[in-house]
Design a binder for this molecule. Structure first.
Ligand SMILES: NC(=O)C1=CN([C@@H]2O[C@H](COP(=O)(O)OP(=O)(O)OC[C@H]3O[C@@H](n4cnc5c(N)ncnc54)[C@H](OP(=O)(O)O)[C@@H]3O)[C@@H](O)[C@H]2O)C=CC1
Ligand SMILES: CC(=O)C(=O)O
Ligand SMILES: [Mg+2]
Length: 584
């Protein structure tokens, strides 16, 4: 009984053939239009032999089936079942209606799926599960992946910080599965090239571990204050990266996802200069938020007193973890690049609020995490500020960014105060899933009298306010990672760094159409997400080639326009429709 690949194109029990270039479907139609249901020779008789139903019709049928399900979790399960048995239909459906399907395979529904993972698990392999007991054998375990020769991108989690839902242990596997679905759907990377991985070093939540259906290790995680236990985890990660190189090759890209705060920064530091990798929560999120702030300058610069450049903003973050510090640092880097100021000047108007209140220089610098230090400024009156509300009163931010996982923390008085001080305040309530958002879209528009430039991590429906319809923007790293991954793979990137993330931000910001800006939205429509990925990929590839870090697919100097590069990238992308036709 072989694992069903994400890419399998027929029922799972037929999926033992290699997925590509192996005459997987032996019946060839003479025309490009499908004429018969695809079947391999050995499968003759196992599927009906009537005329093939056009993929488009099957997509419409699946969308209708989704509508008839009772809950979004049911819709997730239906779609996941289709992913495991008929990936072509799955990805065609994602692409047919991104705004409708993405919330079902990604945030917010993937959060509910992870919380119920043990209950809905089908025992179809979804990726690779590694555990601390695989120490010494990691490469051998990775070799068990049936598509090891095709693997180009890995999304790896240890499940410690799943969205804003906390430690879900092995149930967090739903996150890399969902992220990689978007790599294929939005980024056009072949399903066979993607590999979800969960690394099991335990779980600290008793209720998760004690669930009789839980499939992960029934152990606690390493104690972050115990040097020996931390060193054991670090050594495992060293072995993991060496094994990735050994089994999948030097250029296989690794995306860290939803690791806990105490490991995420260290793992990124340990490996970013040695492997093609990035941390999506730190760097991908930073890139999407920077893009949103950049594009919204086209809104704020048109009103008296509004920010005209990044450095005109005063930023206050609620949450100073991976996302908060990642965003703050990238904004500061972008200010340095654009304004030619020093790093400390660039950080001067960026403030962090964490679980203890406003981070200032009155904190104990010996114990303050290093990623918070550049933003630990002094307050003129020297006192402590313990709440976001106080911080907003004192600092008068033009932009608040919520990445705390704490719902309803952007209160009416906070948004009203910002609106009193700024004509078009930026209110980014980015915590996921929806239940963790710092405020809803409706609240932001009502409390700001329709003036807030709002973005949320998970989607909100359109809001009617004073006779106008507002379409809330989704500020989610999903706009970034598929394009960065596509670009990195296309150009054979050997390293990824903050320059690539700023490049991606600029490309995304440039793609926001004027009619969106006129309506106060700072991201393109989700329906455009595939086009966004292509443009980001082209920008990232060009940046890599310029720096000399991208090794593949470069045209000769001056021989290719950006449009031609974009078309080359487009031509390299996975298209479900094409796979369907070729399979006939
Ligand atoms: N929209 C998007 O694309 C993304 C959204 N996110 C969301 O951001 C949230 C945080 O993720 P991440 O940064 O990785 O998590 P971390 O655990 O790294 O950071 C959480 C931060 O929130 C702070 N915090 C916790 N409780 C409070 C509180 N009551 N008041 C103020 N601050 C508080 C913590 O404070 P302390 O430092 O004192 O512990 C910490 O700084 C999640 O909900 C996640 O879903 C993350 C990535 C991408
Ligand atoms: C979107 C995302 O990566 C997160 O919420 O963790
Ligand atoms: Mg994440």
């Amino acid at each position: 009984f072989l694992p069903t690949p994400a890419a399998s194109r027929s029922p799972s029990f037929l999926a033992s053939a290699p997925p590509k270039d192996a005459g997987y479907f032996e019946l060839k139609a003479p025309h490009t239009v499908p004429t018969t249901t695809p079947q391999s020779k050995s499968a003759t008789g196992l599927l009906p032999r009537g005329p093939a139903v056009p993929l488009e019709l099957r997509v419409q049928n699946l969308l209708a089936r989704l509508d008839s399900q009772a809950t979004d979790l049911d819709r997730y399960c239906l779609l996941h079942n289709i992913l495991e048995t008929d990936a072509t239909l799955y990805f065609a459906t994602v692409l047919a209606d991104v705004p409708r399907v993405m919330p079902l395979v990604y945030t917010p529904t993937v959060g509910a799926a992870c919380q119920n993972f043990s209950k809905i698990h089908t025992y179809q392999p979804k990726g690779i599960y590694l555990s601390k007991y695989d120490k010494g054998n990691v490469a051998d375990v990775l070799r068990n992946w049936p598509f090891k020769d095709d693997t180009k991108v890995i999304c790896v989690t240890d499940g410690e910080r799943i969205l804003g839902l906390g430690d879900l242990g092995a149930n967090g596997m739903g996150i890399p599965v969902g992220k990689l679905a978007l790599y294929t759907g939005l980024g056009g990377i072949e399903p066979e090239a993607t590999l979800p991985i969960h690394i099991d070093f335990g779980c600290n939540v008793d209720a998760v571990r004690d669930d009789p259906l839980y499939m992960g290790l029934k152990e606690k995680r390493p104690d972050k204050d115990n040097a020996a236990e931390v060193a054991e985890y670090d050594a495992f990660m060293e072995e993991f990266f060496a094994a990735v190189k050994e089994v999948f090759g030097e250029s296989c890209m690794v995306q860290f996802e939803d690791f806990g705060n105490s490991n995420a920064f260290r793992f990124l530091e340990n490996f970013q200069d040695k492997h093609v990798c990035f941390n999506d929560d730190i760097q991908g999120t930073a890139s999407v938020v920077l893009a949103g702030v950049m594009s919204s300058l086209r809104i704020t610069s048109n009103v008296p007193g509004g920010a005209k450049s990044l450095k005109d903003h005063t930023f206050v973050f609620l949450g100073a973890g991976e996302a908060g510090c990642g965003i703050a640092s990238l904004i500061a880097e972008a200010i340095v690049m654009e304004e030619g100021v020093s790093m400390s000047e660039a950080c001067a108007n960026i403030w962090l609020v964490d679980s203890r209140g406003l981070v200032t220089d009155r904190r104990d610098m010996a114990t303050l995490p290093h990623h918070k230090k550049p933003f630990a400024h002094s307050l003129e009156d020297g006192g402590d500020v313990s709440t976001l509300e106080e911080a907003v009163k004192k600092l008068k931010p033009s932009c608040v960014i919520g990445v705390s996982g704490q719902p309803q923390t952007f209160t009416k008085s906070i948004v009203e105060e910002m609106s009193a001080n700024h004509p078009r305040p930026l209110v980014f309530a980015l915590s996921n899933p929806t239940s963790k958002a710092e405020c809803t879209a409706e609240q932001a528009y009502e409390w700001s009298d329709g003036q807030a430039v709002f973005a949320s991590g998970s989607p909100f429906p359109p809001v009617q306010f004073k006779g106008k319809t507002y379409q809330p923007a989704q500020g989610n790293n999903a706009y970034i990672f598929p394009g960065v991954g596509l670009g990195a793979i296309f150009c054979g990137a050997t390293r990824l760094d903050s320059e690539d993330m700023i490049t991606a931000s600029k490309a995304l910001a440039d793609l926001v159409p004027q009619d969106k800006i006129d309506k106060g939205a700072c991201y393109p429509a989700l329906a455009e997400a595939r086009e966004v990925s292509i443009q980001i990929a082209a920008a990232v590839a060009c940046g890599q080639w310029k720096r000399g870090t991208g090794g593949k697919n470069r045209a000769g100097e001056g021989e290719e326009t950006r449009e031609q590069l974009v078309e080359r990238i487009r031509g390299s992308m996975y298209e479900p429709e094409k796979v369907w036709r070729e399979g006939l």
